[in-house]
Design a protein around this ligand. Structure first.
Ligand code: ZN
Length: 133
């Protein structure tokens, strides 16, 4: 089972389904994981009912950071902003499906941190790890 998830991560890393940017967008946020050199930007389009209708990510870094971003984007399209706020660390770990040590956990959770900072309307540099605890 673990191998299946590893293959999924490598596939998402090499062939991301949702890489890109949206211009114009309603929400855009970016942040880094300095421990690993990962960078993620997420752009969202949100309709008048507060539903995320389109989403894309861009960035660079390790396979875990990029694959988790691609999986997160897939999850968030069609959700409301309130539902996006409820996505948890455990949801991301379920999507990835592998055990992660503390350093890799930061890689895996960077995209969720960026998403939540954007949805909560935080300013540049205000995203904190508390968003994903
Ligand atoms: Zn990383």
């Amino acid at each position: 089972m673990d191998d299946l998830y590893r293959e999924q991560i490598i596939d998402r890393y090499k062939n991301p389904r949702h890489r890109g940017s949206l211009a114009p967008n309603d929400i855009s946020y970016q942040d880094d994981n300095p421990l690993c050199g990962d960078h993620i930007q997420i752009d969202l389009r949100v309709n008048s009912e507060g539903i995320i209708t389109e989403a894309a990510f861009d960035g660079q870094g390790c396979s875990i950071s990029q694959a988790s971003a691609d999986l997160l984007i897939e999850t968030v399209i069609g959700k409301s902003l309130d539902e996006a706020k409820d996505i948890s660390k455990d949801d991301i770990l379920d999507l990835l499906g592998i055990e992660l040590g503390p350093v890799r956990l930061k890689c895996a959770l960077l995209s969720l941190k960026v998403l939540k900072a954007g949805v909560y309307g935080l300013g540049a540099g205000e995203a904190s790890d508390e968003l994903v605890e």
